[in-house]
Design a protein around this ligand. Sequence first.
Ligand SMILES: Cc1cc2nc3c(=O)[nH]c(=O)nc-3n(C[C@H](O)[C@H](O)[C@H](O)COP(=O)(O)OP(=O)(O)OC[C@H]3O[C@@H](n4cnc5c(N)ncnc54)[C@H](O)[C@@H]3O)c2cc1C
Length: 381
Amino acid sequence: MIDFSLSEEQRQLRDLAHEFAAKEIYARAVEHDRTGEFPTEILRKAWEVGLMNTHVPSEYGGLGLGVLEGCLLAEEIGWGCTGIGTAMEANGLAEAPIIVAGTEEQKKRWLTPMTQEFKLASYCVTEPDAGSDVASIKTQAKKAGDEYVVSGEKMWITGASHADWYFVLAYTDPAKKHRGMSAFIVPRESQGVEVGKKETNLGQHASDTRAVRFSEVRVPAANRLGNEGDGFKIAMAAFDHTRPVVSAAAVGLARHAMEHAVQYSQERVAFAVPIARHQAISFMIADMAKDVEAARLLVWLSAWTIDQGRRNTLQAAYAKAFAADTAMRVALDAVQIFGGYGYSTEYPVEKLMRDAKVFQIYEGTSQIQRLIIAKEIFERS
Ligand SMILES: Cc1cc2nc3c(=O)[nH]c(=O)nc-3n(C[C@H](O)[C@H](O)[C@H](O)COP(=O)(O)OP(=O)(O)OC[C@H]3O[C@@H](n4cnc5c(N)ncnc54)[C@H](O)[C@@H]3O)c2cc1C
């Protein structure tokens, strides 16, 4: 039996997130977009009302929510502002590898404090010369007694200057390519950690993106997640949990762009009728509605699959590719529907168009999602 209805608890959670998104996020989104100021106070409030670290298991002080619940929250927060949402979601991405592969001890050490105090963390995989091609990273972790010495440079790290600790992927045996990578938790205050300047990005200005340099940083062997050589697997497994959530944020953005387009097209008159009465406009809106709905269904499918304890790599790639492309297309069409006003910063849709683009880039580009889908298809046939 298929049932698409949400439970009472899920509806309440979604409503709480929507109320928070409307009052605390959307109300200040334009200001953060303009100034680029990191939304610390909004994130702190989100933490206080329980909208952060929601997937941390209850044994470690979290709510232990499923990926589907995470998606319900992310859609509403993404509706509010995906820049602020990305700043919030950095914790989810950094924590996922620990949830997936951490020992009891490591979960207590790194996850529990996140639920007791307002803290942030970052996920450090990408490097200046290696993004999609993760096997080309150069960061190395060399064993030295019961420590590792980590050296290398990470790039495009969300939340880097506010993080208390970093999830870091590094080679322990470069000759083995991706089977020679290991994963570490590196505290921010470690000697040799240097955070770069804030990048000036096209959109999502509230989020903080920076390079992080690790210069001979000594990390206790106890901070290694899994065995030596497990790093790539762990970093990728984390995406199975986070890609549905990121995709849900893209759905939230697309939904809001559509809402603006629906309202504006009924108010704006051209050739003596509201532009919504011109079929070219109403069909654009019909396409927005069907794609938002389809994207949400793929998001829910990918979340439901992993919540059932099944592998969802394929479904998460469907969701990420479709939701990211939908967000971009819907936001672009919303600008078109607003005409000249769509091009102005006085109106809301140009921000959505700028914010949407990164969904096709981070957490695996839209091309990489298609590579994953194709690989799964051909491996099965
Ligand atoms: C705002 C922002 C925040 C980010 N946050 C983080 C973070 O917190 N942590 C982190 O580790 N990373 C983060 N990233 C990095 C992001 O994940 C990478 O930018 C992304 O994976 C792409 O890597 P790249 O930029 O090196 O592009 P490249 O890998 O160089 O790709 C360039 C282009 O080539 C295409 N391409 C590459 N390989 C193939 C192929 N085999 N087939 C077809 N096309 C291909 C890509 O799709 C893309 O269009 C962030 C990026 C941005 C912009």
